[in-house]
Design a protein around this ligand. Structure first.
Ligand code: PMP
Length: 324
C-alpha cells in the first residue's frame, strides 16, 4: 500500500513475496525514516488462525509514525489487510506447540530526494514467516550483558518509537554481548548509565521479594504489548507491580543479598524469557538458582496458553481471522 502527498494512503494489495523496487535516492536509505511492528498469529485446534492483540500493534505503529513524521495509517484498513494476509498464509502456520506466524508490517520513506525533510511518499509493506517455538526444548534462562558505554536511546529521542535507528544504535553492544556469550543487551539510561531501560528486544522485569518492578514508559523505551499483557496478568493475580525507575545498583545489590528473586524479559518473540545471569562490569551475577523463576514460568505458560487457545482468553486478546 502506497502513500502520496495529496492523495493519502492507497488500497492495500496482497502480492506474491518478492524484492521491493526502490530508487537508490529513496529517503529511507539515507535518513532512516522508517517504522515497523512485529506481531504473531497462532493456529488453534479448530484450524483457524488468531492474531494476538493486533489493534494494539497497529496503534503502536501509528505512535511510531507520529514520532517519525510518517503519515498515520488507517487502523481499520490496515487491520483488515493484516487479517486477509494471515488468512492467505494460514496454511503455513505450523501446528506444533509454540509455533506461529510472525508478521512484520513496516513503512519506508520512498521520496527520491537527498535532503533532510519528511518524505512526501511512503510504502507500507507487511511480510510474514512461520516461526518455530522460541523454546523448543523448554524455557531456559538466558545470560544478559549490561551495556555501560553505549546507549540505545535517550528521553526526547526516538527510543519509544519502533524505528530502525534504535536497533542500528544497538549493534555495537550486541556484538560485545555475543563475545561474552550473552543472548541480549540490557540497556541503561542515556544520562547517568544507572537506570535500567530495557533489553534488546524485550522489556525488563525484576522481582524483589513479592514486588514486581519494571521501568516506567518514560519516552526512551518501547511500550511492549507483552509488557502490558504481563502487567495485567500479574495484577489480576493480586501481584503488586510497580512501574518505577530501577537502578542497576539496586538490581546488583538485590542479586547479591538474594532479595532479587527473579528477572525476566517480555516480548513478542519469546513471550517471557527468564534472565539467568547479568554480566555487569566484568562480574557475572546469577539470578536466583539459575532456573526459571516461579512467576516467569507461570506468566510464560499462561500467556502462551492463551495464545494457543488452551486457556481462556479473559482479556479478549485473541482475534480470529476470516476463514479462507
Ligand atoms: N523493546 C524493544 C526495543 C523491542 O524491540 C521489543 C519487541 N517489539 C520489545 C521491547 C517488546 O515489545 P512487544 O512485547 O510488543 O513485542
Amino acid at each position: 500500500m502506497d502513500y502520496e502527498e495529496g492523495t493519502g494512503w492507497g488500497e492495500p494489495r496482497i502480492v506474491p513475496y518478492g524484492p521491493l523496487l526502490l530508487d537508490p535516492a529513496s529517503k529511507v536509505f539515507h535518513y532512516g525514516q522508517t517504522v515497523f511492528e512485529g506481531m504473531k498469529a497462532f493456529k488453534w485446534k479448530d484450524g483457524r488462525a488468531r492474531l494476538f492483540r493486533p489493534l494494539d500493534h497497529v496503534r503502536r505503529l501509528n505512535r511510531s509514525c507520529a514520532r517519525m513524521c510518517v503519515p498515520a495509517v488507517d487502523e481499520a484498513r490496515v487491520l483488515g489487510a493484516l487479517r486477509r494476509l494471515v488468512t492467505a498464509d494460514a496454511d503455513w502456520i505450523p501446528e506444533a506447540p509454540g509455533t506461529s506466524l510472525y508478521i512484520r508490517p513496516f513503512v519506508v520513506a520512498t521520496e527520491t530526494q537527498l535532503g533532510v525533510a519528511p518524505s512526501r511518499s511512503y510504502a507500507f509493506v507487511a511480510i510474514c514467516s512461520p516461526v518455530g517455538a522460541y523454546y523448543a526444548e523448554g524455557v531456559r534462562p538466558v545470560p544478559i550483558y549490561v551495556e555501560t558505554e553505549h546507549v540505545r536511546a535517550v528521553a526526547g529521542g526516538v527510543g519509544d518509537a519502533k524505528t530502525a535507528g534504535n536497533y542500528a544504535a544497538g549493534l555495537k553492544a550486541q556484538e560485545a554481548a555475543a563475545r561474552m556469550g550473552c543472548a541480549q543487551v540490557l540497556w541503561l539510561d542515556g544520562v547517568e548509565r544507572e537506570y535500567v531501560e530495557e533489553v534488546g528486544s524485550m522489556n525488563a522485569f525484576f522481582r524483589f521479594g513479592d514486588e514486581i518492578v519494571t521501568p516506567p514508559l518514560g519516552g526512551s523505551i518501547l511500550a511492549g504489548v507483552t509488557r502490558d499483557s504481563v502487567i495485567r496478568l500479574l495484577r489480576g493475580w493480586g501481584v503488586s507491580v510497580s512501574e518505577r525507575p530501577v537502578s542497576i545498583g539496586e538490581v546488583a545489590a538485590g542479586l547479591r543479598d538474594g532479595k532479587l528473586r527473579e528477572a525476566f524479559g517480555t516480548g513478542t518473540a519469546a513471550v517471557v524469557s527468564p534472565i539467568g545471569s547479568l554480566h555487569w562490569r566484568g562480574e557475572r551475577l546469577t539470578v536466583g538458582d539459575g532456573e526459571p523463576g516461579e512467576l516467569s514460568k507461570r506468566l510464560y505458560e499462561t500467556l502462551s496458553g492463551i495464545q494457543r487457545g488452551e486457556l481462556p482468553d479473559a482479556y479478549g486478546w485473541m482475534e480470529v481471522v476470516p476463514s479462507a
